[in-house]
Design a protein around this ligand. Structure first.
Ligand code: NAP
Ligand code: G4F
Length: 351
């Protein structure tokens, strides 16, 4: 019998890659989409056929993870074997502006879904994946970070995700729900939202390469992240739900790079070498050949509390899930810049 999966956040970066992966594996896939004044189906165009949706293996349900009765109805209707809970207000800086909303979406939604699983009697039949995050490590207490590194969240986003993390552990221990936290480090792709730093950099570099006189305005250039390629990370999510026993896993590349290195790699992908001058808010990145200023620091992008360094140790995932990251940092940046370059060359508006 083909398995059925429910994905919240299916219209997002990870949700769209996960839907494709599960459809390839023969799953029947149900996704939750938010109602909005403008359609937001760009990332799932390849799998969603609005005309034949009744017969398709991919179905969409209107829903919002802040609405408990709605979540329960969706679970009731699609009778999933596996629930992948990816929906979130996922932007760390935005969470400082919308802390209560972020808590409602990112913390309480996990509780709502776990409770909905109990309410339909699914404790023993429905497996649950929680999109946990390396942001939990925040002000890191050790490097590299593993499943046993103490948490120290540094944003309303991370605090909300911490609540969700412990809800998963609690429902696993209290009610025997097969529930896993995937502690995923940053993962990026050509489908990444334009306000996250990797895609912001790749899109502006591609525009400059195509003749724009734009300057790239960034915040903290010193922050370091463990950046991997998103399609590989959704495979890890699936692997977590196929084991005999549930557990929590760090998913990471084991390499870390600064935002400054990201900028250098992105410009290098279009043949531009960057020379840095100045320090702090006065630091600029210039084209080594022409002297044109291409990068400036704008303190508006600074966060009230920053996560300075993330570096994951994915040994447990390698051992127990047979998962390893494959795409290296420079390759990831090249994929993203080339994708934005192609889109601009074809006259597309970047989304
Ligand atoms: P994303 O691109 O921002 O996607 C978020 C998804 O959540 C979108 O489909 C969005 O719908 C949906 N959503 C937001 N609020 C909702 C609500 N109230 N009700 C229903 N749906 C809602 O995020 P992502 O990068 O794919 O990340 C997926 C998950 O992994 C998130 O939980 C994120 O926090 C977590 N995570 C991400 C990373 C990473 O590096 N990407 C690392 C660790 C953890 P719309 O399309 O309508 O906005
Ligand atoms: O791309 P970012 O916004 O990602 P961040 O904050 O690391 O969060 C992402 O990864 C988390 C996993 O660790 C996820 F849980 C979360 O949902 C999200 O997907 O920022 C990365 C770094 C930060 O240190 C930020 O201060 O880049 C720095 N940065 C510098 N200039 C910037 C900018 N970030 C953004 N978004 N925009 C800038 O202009």
């Amino acid at each position: 019998m083909a398995k059925t999966a429910l994905i919240t956040g299916v219209t997002g970066q990870d949700g769209s890659f996960l839907a494709e992966l599960l459809l390839e594996k023969g799953y029947s896939v149900h996704g939750v989409r938010r109602s909005s004044s403008l359609q937001n189906l760009d990332r799932i165009r390849g799998v969603f056929d609005p005309v034949h949706s009744e017969r398709s293996s991919f179905r969409l349900h209107y829903g919002d993870v802040t609405d408990a009765s709605n979540m329960r109805r969706v679970i009731d209707e699609c009778e999933p074997d596996e629930v992948y809970h990816l929906a979130a207000q996922s932007h760390v800086k935005v969470s400082f502006d919308e802390p209560e909303y972020t808590a409602n979406v990112d913390a309480l939604s996990t509780l709502r879904l776990l409770d909905a699983i109990r309410a339909v009697g699914g404790e023993k039949s429905i497996r649950f994946y929680q999109a946990s995050t390396s942001e939990l490590f925040g002000k890191v207490q050790e490097t590299p970070q593993t499943e046993t590194t103490p948490f120290y969240p540094r944003s309303p986003y991370a605090v909300a995700k911490l609540y969700a993390y412990w809800s998963v552990v609690n429902y696993r221990e209290a009610y025997g729900v097969y529930a896993c936290n995937g502690i995923l480090f940053n993962h990026e792709s050509e489908r990444r939202g334009l306000t996250f730093v990797t895609r912001k950099v790749s899109s502006v570099v591609a525009k400059i390469n195509n003749g724009s006189d734009e300057t790239l305005h960034l915040g903290n250039l010193d922050a370091k992240r463990d950046w991997g390629y998103a399609p590989e990370y959704v495979d890890a999510m699936w692997r977590m739900l196929q084991r005999d026993e549930p557990s929590d896993y760090v998913i990471a590349t084991g390499e870390t790079h600064s935002v400054r290195e990201l900028v250098e790699a992105a410009f290098a992908a279009v043949g531009i070498e960057i020379a840095w001058e100045g320090a702090g808010v006065d630091e600029v990145g210039k084209c080594k050949k022409t002297g044109r200023t291409l990068v400036k620091v704008d303190p508006w992008y600074y966060r009230p509390t920053e996560v300075d360094l993330l570096l994951g140790d994915p040994s447990k995932a390698q051992r127990e899930l047979g998962w390893t990251s494959k795409t290296k940092f420079e390759e990831l940046v090249r994929i993203m810049v080339e994708s934005d370059n192609r889109a601009i060359a074809q006259g597309q508006v970047l989304r």
